[in-house]
Design a protein around this ligand. Structure first.
Ligand code: 5GP
Ligand code: ZN
Length: 112
């Protein structure tokens, strides 16, 4: 998808600190971390937002959750939070589905 930052990261045209990848998804460190661990987990397929996902995307959406808990376990996180922002009003700034894996500090609730 032209001009999509995360597609460029997936293609390796923009650098990132990758922590995991397979044929279907990539995980890399957020450039502006909000916690000691802040990793973005991104499907390789360009879908602009969760609200635009279709039934054919259910496997990758499930795999992202399983990948998140595997990364959290490999980093020995005591707890973690998995967040997706959908839409500008909810804080989405990059129009390619991505989940934030946050951990390494006490996380308060409710989020801002
Ligand atoms: P959103 O606000 O859409 O939920 O999350 C987008 C995230 O992408 C933000 O946390 C932001 O810090 C991160 N981000 C923006 N540009 C880059 C970049 O060039 N590289 C990396 N690794 N993360 C980025
Ligand atoms: Zn994209």
């Amino acid at each position: 998808m032209p001009n999509c930052l995360f597609c460029r990261i997936i293609e390796g045209e923009t650098q990132s600190q990758q922590v995991f990848a397979n044929d279907r998804l990539v995980a890399f460190k957020d450039i502006n971390p909000q916690a000691p661990v802040h990793i973005l987990i991104v499907p390789k397929k360009h879908v602009a937002a969760l609200s635009l996902a279709e039934v054919e995307d259910r496997d990758i959406l499930g795999e992202i959750q399983l990948t998140a808990k595997n990364i959290a376990a490999s980093m020995k996180l005591e707890g973690f939070r998995l967040v997706l922002n959908n839409g500008r009003i909810a804080g989405q700034s990059v129009d390619h589905i991505h989940y934030h894996l946050l951990g390494g500090r006490r996380l308060t609730w409710p989020p801002g």
